[in-house]
Design a protein around this ligand. Structure first.
Ligand code: MG
Length: 438
């Protein structure tokens, strides 16, 4: 063969057909060909306040299926419709072995891409496909991602209190429970410490009278809280704090600067995603580590921050960015750039997403920390294999695949509950009644 023809053969080769791919699979591995026979959407309240949506991909091999999470607490029914009406008809009949190809083609299938709803859909499909692949291989998914890079996954705990004494108490309790990493919040809501009580202060006539967030008050209140905590528990515990995007420009810079003496593990989302350009200003004045990106869903949001080393931890939620395939790529990018992962979990998340994070966490050098999330006994019953947290570490089930299953009959007993205001995330407001970004 002439050199020219060789390259023509490689570069100009037509895409392999599904039939040829299945023949290849059969020839190489001795496994029967596999197709996606059915797709089921399983919404459930988990026996509580949750709004979980799971996807079950059923294959042509009897008993072989995969589970994925499409969790979206605020747009739940939009995700269900996207799975039922748009993904399902497209996915049935395809080869579940080709995860990367299905991810890429499902990503562009919607024409407009990187939107949160389709990212939830992609994530559910991706996790279910990895679950199938792991089950077929007889291995937990992390083995297929390179094996364990650590023995277990360290998590950070959550402590909070309405005053500084209870915050210290919360930190001490976390330490007693075996945690080295502890997030500390002040007051009941995000932005706690920065709210002027209802009715107080200078209010517009006939206008907003609820709790009013005040940036300068927040910047004045939180650093002394951590000064007090450090004076009581020392610098051993690794502390973090979530601003939840409540600050703007210079106040975010000033807050980061004032937090530097307390040697934080990180401060989280000092700015909303619309204002990521300010991280250059923060880096120029202080070394307080920054964790960013809980509400990111588009690569353009995190890529500049990681490439330019403007942040220290990327906080994306695995089920919001495209599942295990996307998260593993981010973890590898982080490793190359010297940034770390801190995948978001949070109170409304589900056991499948938690395990998807776990498989990436435990197999990635770019891992930094995982947010803890515990579940009540009813969830462990409904979802056998749900991960366990013991003494500050997350342990997976070690079962093949994702490692967690869903008892559908039990899930059907717990339908989604009523969603007040359409399920909307709450809105914080400033003194003049304007919206504060969450
Ligand atoms: Mg957060």
């Amino acid at each position: 063969m002439e050199r020219r023809d060789f390259w023509k053969g490689i570069l100009g080769a037509p895409a392999i057909s599904a039939a040829a791919a299945q023949q290849y699979e059969k020839n190489i591995r001795g496994l029967p060909a596999l197709t996606i026979k059915d797709v089921k959407v399983i919404p459930t309240s988990g026996g509580g306040r949750y709004r979980w949506v799971f996807l079950k991909i059923i294959t042509s091999e009897p008993g072989l299926y995969g589970i994925g999470s499409a969790g979206n607490h605020y747009q739940t029914h939009a995700v269900i419709a996207a799975l039922e009406k748009h993904l399902k008809p497209w996915l049935i009949g395809k080869d579940p072995n080709r995860i990367e190809d299905l991810w890429q083609s499902a990503h562009v299938r919607t024409y407009w891409r990187n939107g949160p709803i389709n990212n939830n859909v992609l994530s559910a499909m991706d996790m279910a496909l990895w679950d199938i692949k792991g089950k077929r291989a007889g291995m937990p998914v992390y083995e297929l991602l390179g094996g364990k890079a650590r023995d277990a996954v360290p998590c950070y705990d959550h402590a909070a209190g309405p005053d500084r004494e209870s915050a210290v108490e919360g930190v001490r309790k976390s330490i007693e429970n075996g945690y080295r990493f502890i997030r500390v919040q002040y007051g009941g809501n995000y932005g706690g410490g920065g709210f002027i009580p209802p009715g107080e202060g200078s209010r517009p006539e006939g206008g907003y009278s609820g709790p009013a967030f005040d940036e300068e008050l927040y910047v004045e209140t939180i650093p002394p809280l951590f000064d007090y905590i450090r004076s009581k528990v020392g610098f051993g515990p690794k502390l973090c704090h979530d601003v939840h995007s409540h600050l703007t420009g210079t106040n975010a810079v000033e807050f980061s600067r004032r937090m530097q003496p307390f040697q934080m593990l990180f401060i989280e989302d000092v700015l909303p995603p619309e204002q990521i350009a300010w991280y250059k200003n923060i880096r120029s004045v202080c070394s307080t580590p920054q964790a960013v990106g809980e509400v990111f869903s588009h690569p353009y949001e995190y890529l500049p921050l990681v490439f330019e080393r403007l942040i220290d931890f990327i906080r994306c939620r695995v089920s919001a960015i495209g599942g295990i395939t996307a998260a593993k790529k981010i973890a590898t990018l982080c490793e190359i750039c010297g940034v770390k992962t801190a995948f978001q979990e949070g109170g409304e998340n589900d056991p499948v997403n938690q395990m998807a994070s776990y498989h990436v966490d435990i197999s990635s050098t770019g891992f930094g920390i995982q947010e803890e999330n515990g579940f009540p006994p009813v969830v462990h019953e409904m979802m056998p294999g749900t991960a366990q947290i013991r003494r500050g570490y997350l342990y997976g089930s070690e079962k093949p695949g994702i490692g967690v299953d869903i008892q559908e009959q039990l899930a059907s007993k717990y339908p989604l509950g009523e969603m007040k205001n359409g399920g909307a995330y709450g809105t914080d407001r400033a003194m003049d009644g304007s919206v504060v970004k969450p």
